[in-house]
Design a protein around this ligand. Structure first.
Ligand code: F6R
Length: 607
């Protein structure tokens, strides 16, 4: 998501150092840039929408005197990319400057509260409340570190903040919860950053700041304190022996694996969406005469899974449609009563936009789910929601799928509530399970990665794979197949398991690998029947099963276990994780670069 950098230098100006550090954070993706530099009691801020080079051409980012400063690259989450929404953000008096990475869940309530007490807000960001909260603390007589501690104590959600103020112009104060923060330590400088690459050419001595810690950087060194009780913690720097390329991938061998591992964090972010947008979109879905879920590739698979969610939870029949077919298949039938929910990570996929374009001409209502605020999709949607997964650099979509599913399941759940279609107990159970999903995904990655790696080694020479699932898991099967074929170049097929008998089963010979996705749901008896059919023909069965599922364990040649007790409708989120890892390790075992599969582009902007 956003990139943060800050520095205290002994005898050089900070601005050019901030500028070059932000350039090193460019790989993360961003839409705006800004910096704040202290020079005694002068605080100079330069910021704007656009790429660093463009903003530098307009404002000369190097031309500010002062040895202490902070900088930021913004990936919009609240408020469109614009100069006003770019960081740093200041308090009412322009004395405190804040940069932030993360999502503040309770910002609307805090903003209202602060406005009632007379604070004037300039931007539409969640970040700006932090500068006003710090301002209040200082007004009450607190020091800057204590005021920052008090302010972040009021935040719900995720954050790393870096703060400077003319009131204590010799320091930078940082704090973190969930979003990353590292310090860089050199003889003549101290740095703070969201990411090691920001300072790696300047020093390889780093201190990792843990969740719930606050750091004060000043000329004499750094102090780490616990946000909860202010107690100090001593932590020595460690040597980082990463190359700049390894640092960008945070030590992972490539972006795809890094992004697979980021999913717990991204899923937590999806649980912090703004209520009012979820509510508004639910209203549009509730009123729709008919709903089309339109997307390509992985986003289409998320739509397919969502069609089961909307139907099972909210009794809303939806039509999931591959965007490139939409105009031919449904274009002439779309009308003023139609609602199109377009799902696109990039918000720029040409086929999806073409489907939306035709639907708009026919007066349909357009809703968007995307990862890119200010993409074309957000501009042409009546309401859009940001999937909040941050830049995805690996060409194969991974965190996109699980984040989109989390948002879509929240919409289905809201609609179910509104329509009174499921009981209170069911709603509470689903809400509780949804909250647990990030931890469950984290556990699966931690506990199953080695098993999946071993599986990939065993099957790496197989030429073709079959992926089968029933019900909502047929979408997981399609997604598992897509991941494997696009990065490991293993031609594979996926079907709803029931359909396999109607043709594809003729492919099966002894040893043919068939991956079954089998959560313990209503389709269990029939999927067991499908496993038996494949087994009878000598297939090698790989089953993704619920923990402790003895019956399927007894039938499968290999199995990967997924946490018990998940509602069927949420199962594609955890069950896709072993499939993503399998594709990843198959690609690696076959000697392919998972980040850059041949012939593919991250965003397909031609029809
Ligand atoms: C597969 C993949 C693609 C995209 C598809 C749609 O791993 O990345 O199939 O899902 O090109 O892209 P968006 O979601 O940007 O519209």
């Amino acid at each position: 998501m956003c990139g943060i950098f800050g520095c205290i230098l002994k005898d050089r100006d900070a601005a050019p150092i901030i500028h070059s550090a932000l350039k090193r954070l460019e790989y993360r993706g961003y839409d705006s840039v800004g910096e704040a530099v202290l020079h005694g009691t002068n605080l100079t801020i330069k910021k704007d929408e656009g790429k660093i080079d463009e903003v530098h051409a307009l404002h000369n980012l190097d031309d500010i005197a002062g040895r202490i400063g902070i900088g930021h690259t913004r990936w919009a989450t609240h408020g469109a990319p614009s100069q006003i929404n770019a960081h740093p953000h200041t308090d009412c008096n322009g004395q405190i400057a804040v940069v932030h990475n993360g999502i503040i869940e309770n910002f609307l309530g805090l903003r209202r509260e602060l406005q009632e007490r007379g604070h004037a807000f300039r931007s539409k960001t969640d970040t700006e409340i932090v500068s006003h909260l710090i301002e209040e603390g200082i007004r009450e007589g607190l020091t800057l570190p204590e005021a920052v501690r008090g302010a972040v104590g009021r935040l719900e959600g995720s954050y790393t903040v870096a703060v400077v103020s003319v009131l204590e112009p010799d320091k930078i104060v940082c704090a973190r919860k969930e979003s990353p923060l590292v310090l860089g330590v050199a003889d003549d400088a101290l740095y703070c950053a969201s990411d090691i690459p920001a300072f790696l050419p300047l020093t390889n001595m780093a201190v990792i700041v843990n969740d719930g810690e606050l750091v004060v950087l000043h000329d004499k060194g750094y102090e780490i304190r616990k946000i909860a009780d202010g107690t100090t913690i001593s932590r020595e720097p460690e040597v980082i022996d990463w190359t700049p390329e390894m640092a960008e991938k945070q030590g992972y061998p490539n972006f795809m694996l890094k992004e697979i591992h980021e999913q717990p964090l991204c899923l937590r972010n999806t649980l912090r969406l703004q209520e009012q947008y979820l509510e508004l979109m639910t209203t549009f879905l509730d009123r729709a005469g008919e709903v089309f879920l339109v997307a390509c590739g992985t986003s289409y698979h998320a739509c397919l899974a969502a069609s089961y969610m909307f139907s099972k939870l909210a009794m809303l029949a939806t039509h999931p449609v591959i965007a490139s077919e939409f105009v031919e298949q449904h274009g002439s039938a779309v009308n003023i009563d139609s609602t199109i929910l377009a799902v696109s990570q990039s918000g720029e996929t040409a086929d999806t936009l073409a489907a939306v374009g035709v639907s708009r001409q026919r007066a349909a209502t357009i809703l968007g789910l995307t990862n890119a605020i200010d993409s074309t999709l957000t501009r042409i949607s009546r309401v859009y929601i940001c999937q909040q997964s941050g830049p995805e650099i690996g060409v194969a979509a991974t965190k996109t799928f699980t984040s989109q599913l989390s948002v879509l399941s929240q919409l289905a759940l809201r609609l179910a509530k509104r329509r009174g279609k499921i009981s209170h107990e069911e709603i509470e159970d689903l809400e509780e399970k949804l909250e647990q999903i990030p931890d469950i995904v984290e556990k699966i990655i931690k506990s199953r990665e080695e098993d999946v790696k071993r599986l990939a080694m065993k099957y790496r020479d197989k030429n073709c794979f079959f992926f089968l699932g029933r019900g909502v898991s047929s979408a997981s099967a399609l997604e598992g197949r897509l991941k494997l074929l696009e990065i490991a170049y293993a031609p594979s097929i996926a079907y709803p398991a029931g359909e396999s008998k109607h043709g594809p089963i003729s492919l099966i010979q002894p040893g043919f690998p068939v991956v079954f996705i089998c959560p313990r749901d209503g389709t269990r008896r029939t999927i067991i029947g499908n496993i038996m059919e494949m087994k009878a023909r000598g297939a090698s069965i790989i089953a993704i099963i619920e923990e402790g599922d003895k019956e399927i364990k007894g039938l499968a040649d290999e199995y990967i276990e997924v946490t018990k007790g998940l509602p069927e409708i949420l199962s594609p989120i955890p069950y896709v994780i072993p499939l993503q890892l399998f594709a990843y390790y198959m690609a690696v075992a076959r000697g392919h670069d998972p980040d850059r599969p041949r012939n593919l582009a991250k965003s397909v902007t031609v029809q």
